[in-house]
Ligand binder design. Sequence first.
Ligand code: SUG
Length: 448
Amino acid sequence: MKSYEVNFDGLVGPTHNYGGLSYGNVASQSNSQQSSNPKEAALQGLAKMKALMDMGFQQGVLAPQERPDVAALRRLGFSGTDAQVIERAAKEAMPLLVASCSASSMWVANAATVSPSADTADGRVHFTAANLNCKFHRSIEHPTTSRVLGAMFANQQHFAHHAALPAVAQFGDEGAANHTRFCREYGEAGVEFFVFGRSAFDNRFPAPQKYPARQTLEASQAVARLHGLRDEGVVYAQQNPNVIDQGVFHNDVIAVGNGEVLFYHEDAFLETDKMLAELQGKLAKVGGNFQSVCVPRSAVTVDDAVRSYLFNSQLLSRPDGSMLLIVPQECQANERVWAYLQSLTSSGGLIREVKVFDLKQSMQNGGGPACLRLRVALNETELAAVNPGVIMTAPLYGSLTAWVEKHYRDRLSETDLADPQLLLECRTALDELTQILKLGAVYPFQIN
Ligand code: SUG
């Protein structure tokens, strides 16, 4: 049976703004308070989805969330009508209003961890929504994420959904941003690679000194148990705490993998040789031939990687078996990174082509091409069981573009977030979106 990696991209929500909310994420910190352009952000994301679809890849779309999250503000003690809740939060606690307005759900690599059916004990595709509990503005995403994923992958014969892990730091879980799967074919059993930043209960693992390590070993282990993965099909590795302290807040800022290939920076991991040997050995047991491409620090520094987001690229398999790298334009702007990419694609290796995308609006918050997509490996039968409303087609691209043009502002600054009109605009837009994507009622304002 045929199988595919389907990229579900997060549609940027109408409140996209630069709140400076993510300590440890250099771009989010340095662009704090700049005014944003939500319309441009959404159109940039849609252009990437359309381009991949046009190249023949399977592409889907994941809906944004209801923002401002009035319910979250109510839980923090703001009361009255929705407009009063927003007005009071703006007056008394602007940072909380800003957090409740974040469009951060666009970075759907953090939405969930997904294990394909070939890897799981019950032969279903498993999803665990990420608790994202390192940052308040992201910790409020998972209930809606679960409802949206439930509406997209509703067929219980093929899809199993798990609620987010307990929302405490010990089980900090950032979803697929720290999860990679290696396999020969998408429909065959593979090796799931979980990268953690620290251990909550075992102090033998060194932790970063400056910035938070968002993903714990214990969270990754819990996800592997929930999904029913075999020990032989799992490898855990620790991210180098020094790179976390340099702004590598997820593994997908320093490594990317696909098929049998891991593309990574020399400084990405601790105990790299041991880890590579384990990946090689476990992939060989399921018939795969693990290959790694190490980018040396002499060619690209960690700082280059953080600024250019070289590793936050999408590594895609083409029908002839070669690979294509989708990179943000910041890679072209960095001389060393661009020179490295030229030598990589001309070296006769597996990665043959680089395609550059303008994702500046998202990049300025630390979200590159890979952050914007959630990968779901599906066989033909499973793909046919996905809600067809969320699979990208030329007509859907047309409808979503028109929807963005109609509802989105082209400028948003912090003071605009206090405008109760913004809430109404967002709800009107999202109500229409659930009809376009055939999701049913998934947002709090539609349910309560
Ligand atoms: O969680 N930025 C996101 C970026 C997530 C990128 N995802 C992956 N690497 N997979 C984050 O730090 C910034 C929001 C702001 O500052 O307004 C933010 O949430």
